[in-house]
Each structure stands twice: as structure tokens, then as C-alpha cells.
Write a protein that binds this ligand. Structure first.
Ligand code: OAD
Length: 255
């Protein structure tokens, strides 16, 4: 029995059309917090995720930051500490292997943890910023505090408050990054949508757009999402288990 047979059996008759793809296929790996879950990093909307314990408006919004900046900075500092101690998992590593097979492949992530980069993934579009960077909340200048796990409020030369360079609720995504992400999605043949609850827009639009442009979209998530009914294949498994199996299948096919 091949590595993929267990996935195919679980999919009740839905067969992955591997022959549709070759080394020149354009592949997008679209990821959310679930891809880092097996590295020990909390997701947001799972039963034990951040938003089951904390109020997102207090910790990930402009009003919360103005009201109590140090509460916000400390929450990010705690997350940064966990992230720095974590390691990329089999799903992140698998993407690096995939990227050796497919020269036209990109990673579009909602994650701010930097694990894709640490795993050696390339062409990474970080839609929601990066927790390891800081910027001025007023003028937007990036501030080099990478080595400092900032817990107290620092000020920019302009007087503005320094904050993590992540996207908060009510804020726009970095325009250049989202444009490049949509361009990659417009041209892709195959998308893996991995570990995202597919609820936060505009990111959640990406698998829908990919599919409307003719791409085959595989969702990998142990739980169903609003996108599941329309996914070409919805694999109910952990990313670190499913993605290496897909890779092995492609690797064997392209030998
Ligand atoms: P969520 O926490 O909303 O969803 C995580 C998804 O990962 C869930 O659907 C889980 O079922 C799934 N999951 C859990 N463990 C998994 C595993 N081992 N393998 C695969 N999937 C697994 O996280 P996101 O969809 O990334 O935004 O959330 C999107 C945005 O909402 C985040 O970027 C963040 C949050 O508020 C900002 O902070 C701007």
C-alpha cells in the first residue's frame, strides 16, 4: 500500500490527480496557525487557542494597545519566547523538500512566527507581519529591537510608540505583500491550504480565488472549516503527518 493510499481511503473515493502536475507546475502553500501547532505554538481558534483565553480586542487591536500597551507587549513577548524555543516541524520541512521539486512554488502565510524561514522555505509572503520585528505605531519606521524581547514601552525618534510589526484587527495587510500573494494565487495550478480556520479575510479569500482560477486546492486540517465543502480534497489529518505523505508521492512520481 503506497503512502497516499491511507489518505485516499479516508477520502472516500476522492482521488488526488497527481498526473495533472509536473515540475513546472505552480504550487502555493497557504498556511495558518495549525501548521505550527505540532511545534508547540498555540493556534487562535482551537478550544485551547489564544482567543479562548484572551480578548483579541485587548491584545490585537489599536484600542487595546492605547489602553494598556504593556499588557499587549508582554503578551507578544511571551509568544515570542515560546516561538524562539520552538523548532520547525515535519510540515515546514516538507515544504522545503517540495520546493526542490517545484521551482515555481511560494509560501503564503498568516503566521508571524518565522518558522517557514527557519525551516529553509523560500519565497515567503507573510500576510500578517512578523513577531520578531517592531515598528513605530505612528510613522511606521521599522525599529531594530530584534534581539530585545521588549516588555516595556519604547518610543521612536518621532515620539510614537513602538509595537510588534504584526497586523492587528481593523488594520490593512501590507499592500505589496497581499498583491504579490494574489498574483501567485492567480497563476497557481495546485494549492495546499494548511492549518487555517479559513475565517479571516482577505487571507481566507486566497483558496477561493485559486479555485476560481482553475487550481486544484487540497485542504489539510484535522477539523472541517467553512472552505471544506468546496475544497477539491479535504484531508482530515495533522499537517506534520499529511504533508510528508504528499511529498513522498510526488517525489516517487517525479523520479
Ligand atoms: P486559527 O487558530 O483560526 O485556526 C487554526 C486551524 O488549524 C484550525 O482550523 C485547526 O483545526 C487547525 N489545526 C490545529 N492543529 C493542526 C495541525 N496539527 N495540523 C493542521 N491543522 C491544524 O488560525 P488561523 O487560521 O491562522 O491573525 O487564524 C488566522 C488569523 O486569525 C491569524 O493570523 C491571527 C488570528 O487572529 C492576526 O493575528 C492578525
Amino acid at each position: 500500500m503506497g503512502a497516499m493510499d491511507s489518505i485516499f481511503n479516508a477520502m472516500a473515493g476522492n482521488t488526488f490527480p497527481i498526473n495533472r502536475f509536473d515540475r513546472d507546475s505552480h504550487v502555493v502553500f497557504f498556511t495558518g496557525a495549525g501548521i505550527s501547532a505540532e511545534s508547540g505554538i498555540s493556534t487562535f481558534r482551537d478550544p485551547d487557542g489564544h482567543w479562548s483565553k484572551y480578548d483579541p480586542m485587548k491584545l490585537a487591536g489599536q484600542a487595546g494597545f492605547q489602553e494598556d500597551p504593556e499588557l499587549v507587549l508582554n503578551w507578544y513577548a511571551d509568544r515570542r519566547k515560546t516561538i524562539c524555543q520552538a523548532k520547525p516541524n515535519a510540515a515546514h520541512t516538507s515544504i522545503s523538500n517540495f520546493q526542490k521539486l517545484f521551482r515555481h512554488s511560494v509560501v503564503i502565510t498568516q503566521n508571524v512566527d518565522g518558522l517557514h524561514e527557519r525551516a529553509g522555505n523560500r519565497s515567503i509572503y507573510e500576510l500578517h507581519g512578523n513577531i520578531h520585528r517592531h515598528k513605530c505605531n505612528s510613522c511606521g519606521k521599522i525599529t531594530d529591537l530584534a534581539k530585545k524581547n521588549m516588555r516595556t514601552l519604547n518610543r521612536c525618534d518621532c515620539g510614537g510608540k513602538i509595537r510588534p510589526d504584526v497586523v492587528w484587527f481593523g488594520e490593512s495587510l501590507p499592500i505589496g505583500t497581499i498583491n504579490e500573494a494574489f498574483e501567485a494565487v492567480h497563476n497557481c495550478d495546485l494549492m495546499f491550504s494548511i492549518g487555517t480556520s479559513a475565517q479571516i479575510y482577505p487571507a481566507a479569500q486566497l483558496p477561493i480565488v485559486a479555485q476560481s482560477r482553475g487550481a486544484y486546492v487540497v485542504e489539510i486540517n484535522p477539523e472541517p472549516t467553512p472552505f471544506s465543502p468546496q475544497a477539491d480534497m479535504s484531508v482530515r489529518d495533522d499537517a506534520g503527518s499529511a504533508l510528508p505523505k504528499f511529498y513522498e508521492e510526488f517525489h516517487a512520481q517525479f523520479k
